[in-house]
Write a protein that binds this ligand. Sequence first.
Ligand code: FAD
Ligand code: UDP
Length: 394
Amino acid sequence: QTDRPDLVVVGSGFFGLTIAERCATELDLKVLILERRYHLGGNAYSEFDPETGIEVHKYGTHLFHTSNEKVWDYVNRFTTFTNYQHKVFGKFEGQVYSLPMNLALINSFFGKSHTPDEARALIAEQSSEIDTKDAKNLEEKAISLIGRPLYEAFIKGYTAKQWQTDPTELSADIITRLPVRYNFDNRYFNDKYEGLPTDGYTAWLERMADHPNIEVRLDTDFLDEDVSAEFKGKVPIVYTGPVDEYFDNVEGRLSWRTVDLEVETVDVDDYQGTGVVNANDPDVPFTRVLEFKHLHPERTYLPGKSIVVHEFSRFAEPEDEPYYPINTADDREKLLKYRDLAEKEPMVLFGGRLGTYKYLDMHMAIASALSMYENKLKPHFADGAELKSGGVDA
Ligand code: FAD
Ligand code: UDP
């Protein structure tokens, strides 16, 4: 075929789109994106509900935040951002608390006011039963940082639901970031830049693909035999699908958690007063409730209606959407074997959260794609350097 593309990108999430956009715009390459879903954009994709005008994040709420200047400059070429700042609340035993743990939560949980120093002394005393350096699992680590009462209310039940695993069997590193703020700051993210795309995620994602050199082929699975036969070994490929699937699961499947999203339109203007409320009680089956209209208070909506989502977490079966890598010791062993295979695969680079089996926030997926472009694709296409795989160090 004479019109064979210069580069094939498998998957149209932020990783694949960033690679395609850079190669098309900077190097004038012809890029073909293959996407097995009916839409582009990967998990950041959203749709406006025609009845209510509410933007629904189809794969769970996506909040953009970054401290990376390069990423911030790059994303601003395709969208402007609102000044939304994410806040999360948590419900426990009939009361609602302000997360992450801060002075407001400590005061309402213990039923009295504390100065910052008083709260610090209280938590120091409550967490003294375990020394952080001796903590052997998530439970011990959390108790050593925040004390048993806060752990039992806000972490134990939520974590057990989210991971379907008892916190004593989870690795202590999951909870490294468990800040307690001794002030009333309840912003969820600490990053320098934060906001939501003004006209929605899909408009942003589409603008990245809007280039005469980029073709997006939807409903096309690269792993279908006739599709891979057309391109494998014939043109350079950036593959952002699951690495185990690429190799036909020869080393066994990597394990993932998935989330079931129960979406419903409710007949109230405002269901919960904010975007995200965690369900911290262990006996409530869902982990959290999302109400999308609060992410964009600047928009106009149909009165008397809202859209809410209840999230239920569980182990992913082969046909489910893989969302969070579980990363057991067994997974890590398999991953090393897949990395070896990936390194030997000629003309294919593996990237993105599925291709590297890593949880990547959007800004991390974009940063990682920009670095693959600079360090591997540009040297290859612009200077004729050999295309070296070697996985991605996200
Ligand atoms: P993806 O977006 O998953 O894109 C991969 C694409 O490849 C998919 O479209 C898939 O259909 C396609 N594909 C796979 N296999 C094939 C194949 N064989 N052939 C063709 N196409 C294929 N990040 C944040 O920064 N903030 C958040 O608040 C946030 N919330 C999240 C909530 C959830 C529930 C999840 C799961 C993720 C969240 N993220 C968030 C992370 C964000 O979704 C990722 O950073 C982003 O999706 C990474 O992009 P990607 O291109 O690597 O992967
Ligand atoms: N977590 C918790 N209670 C909460 C919020 C978070 O125990 O109210 C723990 C839980 O183990 C979770 C981890 O902190 O997996 C990370 O929280 P985050 O909100 O970042 O979870 P995500 O949005 O990635 O699911």
